[in-house]
Design a protein around this ligand. Structure first.
Ligand SMILES: Cc1cc2nc3c(=O)[nH]c(=O)nc-3n(C[C@H](O)[C@H](O)[C@H](O)COP(=O)(O)O)c2cc1C
Length: 228
């Protein structure tokens, strides 16, 4: 198994420790890691080329390098601490680079065979928006199935977490690692519903746009599907 991890902070704090709880239970996995903002410091410059040309980022070398790693991976793991109720600014900046490959535009067929995992930690019980923000991108990239792990820590230091909370994190990490090891046989219900809903729009509404052409050229408006 190949796992690509994108950490929404360079701080090896609570969120990093939670990710290690999962990764340590996948000892067979080959892991490539990227830390934000270090590995993708650029913001989207709204050049629109990812929408109008190929589904790649033209303005950030970091975003292209991380996309290559995500495309090689079986599992894409995104993490973020909660800042002001949402993902960190650097995670949002990172995700902006891939809007051109959202399913409503030009999805990359390889995404439909991958699994995703999103991890967020907050001081209070407010991690849901951050999980959703990361999962939205994975869902719209076409990732077959994405799991969520969110924790309200009531603390800001991993060392000060109670043994009971650390055990809870370990149990959920174990369950998630077991699911990831099982793999997927094609996209789940949500990914299929998104694909077929957007396919209708590409076929009948956006058929003359660059996105409609992308779908037609890949055969997805006919009998071809981006999964086996
Ligand atoms: C700038 C900043 C904003 C934060 N905003 C929130 C917040 O809105 N709600 C919350 O519960 N915790 C908030 N926190 C606390 C962090 O989400 C929490 O400590 C998290 O576990 C940090 O993860 P880390 O240890 O991986 O950096 C904030 C922390 C920082 C530094």
């Amino acid at each position: 198994m190949n796992v690509c991890v994108v950490y929404g902070t360079e701080r090896k704090g609570c969120t990093w420790h939670i990710a290690q709880e999962v990764l340590s239970r996948l000892p067979e996995a080959e892991v490539s890691e990227f830390f934000l903002p270090r590995d993708c410091p650029d913001s989207c410059v709204s050049c629109f080329r990812c929408f109008n040309e190929e589904n790649r980022c033209y303005c950030s070398q970091g975003a292209r390098r991380i996309l290559d790693a995500m495309l090689r991976a079986d599992v894409i793991l995104l993490t973020s601490p909660v800042y002001a109720l949402h993902v960190s600014g650097q995670m949002k900046t990172f995700l902006d680079h891939y809007c051109g490959m959202w399913m409503v535009h030009k999805p990359n067929g390889a995404m439909f065979g991958k699994q995703g995992l999103v991890i967020a930690s907050a001081a209070g019980p407010v991690y849901h928006a951050a999980l959703r923000e990361m999962k939205d991108s994975l869902d719209f990239w076409g990732v077959a199935r994405t799991y969520k792990l969110g924790f309200a820590l009531m603390e800001i230091s991993w060392d000060r977490l109670s043994p009971a909370l650390k055990q809870k994190i370990a149990r959920q990490a174990e369950r998630t690692a077991a699911k990831l090891r099982q793999g997927v046989n094609g996209p789940g219900l949500k990914a299929r519903m998104l694909f077929y809903g957007i396919r209708l729009a590409q076929k009948y509404v956006w058929k003359d746009s660059p996105d409609g052409k992308w779908w037609r050229d890949h055969g997805w408006l006919g009998k071809e599907r981006p999964w086996k």
